[in-house]
Design a protein around this ligand. Structure first.
Ligand code: PBG
Length: 328
C-alpha cells in the first residue's frame, strides 16, 4: 500500500529546518535572579542547581554573566535583611531590590524587571496584609484592599530605582489598576506592568520558596492564587488585568498550564509571558542527575513547547544554559 500523504518528506535534514514553526531566541528570555541582603557571598540554592542567592555587591557581576549568554532581561527577587508584619522593607528606598536595581541600571545595559509582592518581606510569608485572626482561623488570609496600597508603593520604589517593568505576583484583585495609578501619579507612565495575570496555587513553587525564603508560616495561598482546576476563570482574570492596563500577561506555572497560555494567546492582543517555575526546573535536574533524562534536550523541548503554545516571553531558570547553547 502506498500512503497518499507523506509528511515524512519534510522531516529530512535541510527541509526539516526550513519548515520549523517555532524558534527560541535569547531576546525572548528573562532570567530570574535572587538578590540577598543577608549575605556577603554567593550562596548556592540546593533545590535549584546552578542558581545562587547573590549579595548586593555581586549583583552587577552576576548580571554581566547572564548577558554574556545573550540574555538581556533579568527579573529580580529580593531577600531583605529583616522582615516585619507588613513587609516594610519591600518599599524601602534602601531596600535590596531598589539598591540592586540602581546598580544594574547604572552600570549595565540589562533590562530590569522586578517582582512586586510582599511574601519575601513579611514575617508570616503571605503576599499581603493579614486579616486579624488569620493565624488561627484557616478561613482567613490576606486583606485585599489594604494590600493594594502597599503594592503601589513597592512598584513606585522600584520605578524610582530604575526598573523598566514591574511584575505584580500577589494575585490581589485590582492590583494592576492600583499599581498603574500610583506609577502614573508619580510620573512613571513609561514603566510597564507585566501582570502575573493567571497565577495558580501550585506545588511547583516549592524550590523557589526555599530560595527566596517566602513560604507562608501558616496556611497556604489558595485564597488568592488560582485553583489549578480552573481555565475559564483565567480568562476572567486576564480580562480584568487588560482592562486595568496590564502591558504583558503572564501565566504561571508554564508546562502544566499550556492550555491557558494558548487560550490567552488566542483571545487577547497583548504579549503573553509564561513562567517556567522553580519546580519545572528542579524536576528536570533531579531526573538528569540520575541519568534518567538528558538535561539540555528536555530543557530545550520544554521551552519550545511553551513558545509553541503561544508564549512570546519565557521566564526560566534555564535562560542562561539554553541561550549559551544557541551559540554552539
Ligand atoms: C512570589 C512569587 C512566587 C514565585 C514567584 N513570585 C512564589 C509563590 O507565589 O509562592 C514562584 C516562582 C518559582 O517557583 O519559580 N509571590
Amino acid at each position: 500500500m502506498n500512503p497518499i500523504e507523506r509528511p515524512r518528506r519534510l522531516r529530512r535534514d535541510g527541509l526539516r529546518e526550513l519548515v520549523s514553526e517555532t524558534t527560541l531566541d535569547a531576546n525572548n528570555l528573562i532570567a530570574p535572579m535572587f538578590v540577598d541582603a543577608t549575605t556577603d557571598e554567593r550562596v548556592a540554592i540546593q533545590s535549584m542547581p546552578g542558581h545562587e542567592r547573590v549579595p548586593i555587591e555581586e549583583s552587577v557581576a552576576r548580571v554581566e554573566e547572564i548577558r554574556e549568554t545573550g540574555v538581556e532581561a533579568v527579573m529580580l527577587f529580593g531577600i531583605p535583611e529583616s522582615k516585619d508584619e507588613r513587609g516594610s522593607r519591600a518599599w524601602a528606598e534602601d531596600g535590596v531590590v531598589q539598591e540592586v536595581t540602581r546598580r544594574i541600571t547604572r552600570e549595565t545595559d540589562a533590562t530590569v524587571i522586578t517582582d512586586v509582592c510582599l511574601c519575601e518581606y513579611t514575617e508570616h510569608g503571605h503576599c499581603g496584609v493579614l486579616e486579624d485572626e488569620a493565624a488561627t482561623d484557616p478561613r482567613l488570609t490576606v486583606k485585599n484592599d489594604e494590600t493594594l496600597d502597599l503594592l503601589g508603593k513597592i512598584a513606585v520604589s522600584h520605578a524610582e530605582a530604575g526598573a523598566e517593568m514591574v511584575a505584580p505576583s500577589g494575585m490581589m484583585d485590582g492590583m494592576v489598576g492600583a499599581i498603574r495609578a500610583e506609577l502614573d501619579d508619580a510620573n512613571y507612565a513609561d514603566v510597564a506592568i507585566m501582570s502575573y495575570a493567571a497565577k495558580y496555587e501550585s506545588a511547583f513553587y516549592g524550590p523557589f520558596r526555599d530560595a527566596a525564603d517566602g513560604a507562608p508560616a501558616f496556611g497556604d495561598r489558595r485564597h488568592y492564587q488560582m485553583d489549578p482546576a480552573n481555565a475559564r476563570e483565567a480568562m476572567r482574570e486576564v480580562a480584568l488585568d487588560v482592562g486595568e492596563g496590564a502591558d504583558v500577561l503572564m501565566v504561571k506555572p508554564a508546562l502544566p498550564y499550556l492550555d491557558i497560555v494558548s487560550a490567552i494567546r488566542e483571545k487577547f492582543d497583548r504579549p503573553v509571558a509564561a513562567y517556567n517555575v522553580s519546580g519545572e526546573y528542579a524536576m528536570l535536574h533531579a531526573a538528569a542527575d540520575r541519568e534518567w533524562l538528558d538535561l539540555q534536550e528536555t530543557a530545550l523541548e520544554s521551552l519550545v513547547s511553551i513558545k509553541r503554545a503561544g508564549a512570546d516571553i519565557i521566564l526560566t531558570y534555564f535562560a542562561e544554559d539554553v541561550a549559551a547553547a544557541f551559540d554552539e
